[in-house]
Design a binder for this molecule. Sequence first.
Ligand code: ATP
Ligand code: MG
Length: 375
Amino acid sequence: MGLILVRYGEIAIKGGNRHLFVSRLRRNIRAALRAHGIDAEVSSQGQRILVRTEQVEPALEPLSCTPGIVSLSPVVEVPSEIEAIEREALRLAAVEGVSTERTYCVRARRPWKQFPLTSVEINQRVGGAIHRQFAASANLSQPDVTLTIEVRPETTLLSTRTIAGQGGLPVGSEGKVVVLLSGGIDSPVAAWMMIKRGCGIIPVHFSQSESDTAKALANVEQLQRYSHGFELRPVVLDHAETIAPYLEGLQRIAQERWTCVFCKRAMLERASAVAQELGAHALVMGDSLGQVASQSLANLEVISHGISKPILRPLIGLDKADIVELARQIGTFDTSIREAEPCPFLPKGPVTRGTVGRLKGILQRLSQVDDRAVE
Ligand code: ATP
Ligand code: MG
């Protein structure tokens, strides 16, 4: 049976709620592995989680995608006795090809304080043995091979491989949000950032064309890789139907330039209703400040004015290049750049610097047009 050591960071400092976070993380790990058809036993040991499985290699990728995990290492387990530790360290050094040409470094930790040697003494003893056996030099800043040793009361765990995780918090530990998910590059990244901060996300997509909706749904599938333990159930609504009442009104009062602002407001209003119905606390959008003329600070103010749920914009301070880099990293970029039909409602000279005063004026005129329509 193989063994994987899972390290979590931020959740270790969550005080009284720690056990809730850790049990949520264990649950999500089980869900992620189950989704990949991997049988595993997941348990806690001190400040670590251990995953026992016959399928160590296939388990690494799903674990590296699970928020809350800082890093993970396939480990070998030996009794917590210095002779056994040294023997295994020499074997691992041989496997990794430590030699006159390949430097090494030993990093011991001793969560079990009763162990007779300190971390520094373990480093010296094991490092010395490797040096004698392989005539290799230690290199503490940039070693070719890093051997980590964790001396625990139950057993000692040794590893030469550390794989980075997502960091963040376990999905489900922070409640639910509705994400306005387009077929574009930005909103899937915003969604991933919220997943990584522990949110269960409810993707809401306003369908403009089949091709665009197919992109959004493909990205939901990709995002599911990061959200095991919380199933993503996209809500697809009709875009034209959502904005129709505003569109007609704006045409009647000859204010089509405000179409994009009202389109966003209409989407946010519908999304607020979905959030209310499904118990989500906030709405999430993929705006980044000033990225396009319509995402000016002034427009963000008028778009957000009077929307009942808080609107979170996790990408607000990121540059496009950073967002693209993240989109590539999480695997949504290639889908997002697939061609889709342009928005058919885009007006000539859309408003780029709206004011709340102007918005209120237009809302009032729209309601008057509405009243007349009723009479
Ligand atoms: P994205 O790359 O996320 O589409 P963008 O840079 O194209 O963003 P806009 O088209 O102005 O910017 O959209 C801003 C935000 O509005 C999006 O990030 C997304 O949250 C939301 N949004 C836009 N179109 C839709 C849609 N069809 N369905 C759901 N949300 C949408
Ligand atoms: Mg877009």
